[in-house]
Write a new protein. Structure first.
Length: 107
């Protein structure tokens, strides 16, 4: 038996094993990168959908808040104006007879 050929075959087998291990690691790294990209894409899509839903609700919420403030302001203004209108209506009523003609006192 030639020990050199046994050594050569042994070294060849070891080199092939190392090459196979390196190839396997490369494949695993590639698969991990693909999985990572896929997961990232799925997560991004879900986050975008959630944000879109939240953003869609914002104009409605703002509109409701603004409407409430405007209604409160108008109610306050109306409360301030009602007595004036009532007073004017009373004066007009006093200045007219039952048929809506001016009375002598109003002239």
């Amino acid at each position: 038996i030639d020990t050199r050929s046994i050594d050569t075959v042994t070294k060849d087998l070891q080199q092939r094993k190392q090459d196979d291990i390196a190839r396997e690691r490369s494949i695993q790294d590639s698969l991990c990168a693909q999985v990572s990209l896929t997961v990232s894409s799925v997560v991004n899509t879900r986050v975008e959908a959630m944000l879109a839903k939240e953003l869609a609700a914002v104009p409605s919420a703002v509109s409701t808040a603004v409407n409430s403030q405007v209604e409160a302001m108008l109610a306050k203004e109306l409360a301030d104006i009602k007595p004036i209108i009532k007073g004017v209506a009373n004066k007009v009523g006093e200045a007219q007879d039952a048929e809506g003609r001016p009375t002598a006192a109003s002239l």
